[in-house]
Structures are given as C-alpha cells and as structure tokens.
Ligand binder design. Structure first.
Ligand code: PAF
Length: 282
C-alpha cells in the first residue's frame, strides 16, 4: 500500500492504471475509519483491480460553528486498517493543495440541498459536491463507494454525477450498525455511555416509522408528527428534523408513495447524529 500526498502523483498513477485497462474503485473518507467505511473499502477491493481510499477532512463542508478543528483524526490507525484490507493507494492531500490561495470554484447541486441536513447546515452540500468532484478529478475512478447512512449526500452525489455526465458508477452500500442499532459514525466517539444509550432512540423511531408505513399508513405528516413525538420524549435528544421524503427529489411527502427515505437528525447532548431507512411503497 502506498501513501500519496501530491495531487499530481495521484493523477499520474490513475492515468497509468487506466492505460493498463485497470478499473479503479474509490472510497472518499474523512478518516477516523470505522466498520462502515471498512465495508465500503472491502466492496471496492472486491469489485476493482485497484482501490484508492482518500482521507481528507474537508473544511468547506463544515459551518463556522461546527467541529472541523475537533473532527477526530488518527492517520496511523487508519493506515493500519487499510493495509489489512489490501488497499493499493491511500490519497492524503493537504488542505492548502486542495484549496490553494485564490481558490474560487464550487460545485452546487441546486435541488435537494436546502432541505433536511441542508436546512441546518446551509453550505454543507456545496462543500461536499465541490470536494467530491475535485477528488474525482484527482483519482479518476470507475466506481465510487458511498454509505447509505449519509442518504441525502448519496442522492445529491448521484444527481451531480448524472447532471455533469461524470463517467463514474456510484455504488451505495448499506448502513453498518453497532449492537443496539446505532448507525456507525466517526462522531459516535463524542458520545458518553449515557448518550450512546439515548442515541438508540433514533434508529428505534425509524424502525417504528417503517412499521407504521408497512402496516398501511400513507400520511407523511402523521408519520412525521409521531416520529417527532418519539424523539422529543428522549430527554437527552434535541430534534433537528424527522421527515419522510421522496428519494427522487428529497421533498417531503404528504402522501407516502414510491421510493422513499425516512430520515432523522438529532443532537444527542451536543453531538449531531443522522440516520435513515429506505423503503419502496406502492
Ligand atoms: O461522507 C464523508 O465522509 C464526506 O462527506 C466525503 C464524502 C468524504 C466528502 O468529504
């Protein structure tokens, strides 16, 4: 496994692999890897000739009051985990190379980015789509792997890839959960034992919503109201949103129908957690 820090070197390697007709699988991450990331990595290794994992904590997707500085980082541990998974290249560019002085170009998906997480994190998805397109230009992958846990991010990246005719297959991988059902996230590290217990309310509420819908409930506002009530009943939780949206356009649904995503974001103590469930409803 090779650690690549220079953007030009990464591009040269990708070019060489492509000339040798090798498929490149790419897993973009912000590091501090957990089992959720590692399952994306294993799938990429399985599907492709060459696997590249990037580790880059992207400043443009954090708001001014958010945890960019404190975001957990542990390069040595990440490299050990990736070496065990037989990754070929770890791409670890410097912030000043990705965003040099005078940097002025952003990629913005104009629908579905101002709802759900986009409402409380106004420039978040602009930062995500910008860095993901830049990383795609640096790594030039055939396939890119994203977790379903960041459901809105995944759907927005798919939109960007389609709209900009990027010749990349976006592969969605299922959410990996801890015992008890809490979705794995690098931010779970911030939770105290008591908060970790309280955080279970998020997945439990999603599972209840799934059951209500599977039993025939089709009123999106009713499901939303009942989910809000469940989260608010947990003393350590502060609700950001609980919504039933269409996976086609990320808009909230009055009538539940089609490919949907039930999504929740809540602060548990001061840690913001998100989770979602996907359903096909006739
Ligand atoms: O999901 C993440 O970790 C990040 O949003 C991503 C896709 C690596 C872009 O910085």
């Amino acid at each position: 496994m090779e650690l690549i820090k220079e953007i030009k070197t990464m591009q040269k390697i990708s070019q060489k692999e492509a000339l040798g007709n090798k498929t490149i699988g790419f897993v973009p991450t912000m590091g501090y890897l957990h089992e959720g990331h590692l399952q994306l990595v294993e799938k990429a290794v399985e599907d492709n000739d060459t696997t590249v994992v990037s580790i880059f904590v992207n400043p443009t997707q954090f708001g001014p009051e958010e945890d960019y500085e404190e975001y957990p980082r542990d390069l040595k541990r990440d490299l050990d985990l990736l070496r065990e998974r037989k990754v070929d290249y770890v791409f670890y560019p410097a912030v000043e190379d990705v965003y040099p002085e005078g940097y002025a170009t952003y990629v913005q998906v104009e629908k579905g980015t101002d709802v759900l997480c986009g409402r409380s994190r106004p420039n978040h998805f602009k930062g995500v789509t910008t860095v993901v397109s830049k990383l795609f230009n640096m790594v030039r992958p055939h396939r890119a792997y994203f977790g379903q846990k960041d459901g809105q991010q995944l759907l927005i990246i798919r939109r960007m890839v389609d709209d900009l005719n990027m010749d990349i297959e976006v592969v969605a991988c299922p959410t990996v959960r801890e015992e008890g059902g809490l979705a794995m996230s690098s931010r779970n590290k911030y939770l105290s034992p008591e908060e970790r217990e309280a955080a279970l309310v998020i997945n439990q509420t999603l599972q209840k919503a799934r059951e209500w819908i599977e039993k025939g409930e089709r009123d999106g506002w009713e499901v939303k109201k009942k989910m809000e009530r469940e989260i608010k009943a947990e003393p350590l939780a502060t609700l950001d949103y609980a919504s039933v949206v269409s996976r086609e356009n990320l808009q909230e649904l009055g009538e539940i129908k089609g490919p949907i995503m039930i999504a929740i974001a809540a602060f548990i103590g001061s840690t913001r957690l998100i989770d979602n469930v996907w359903l096909e409803v006739n």
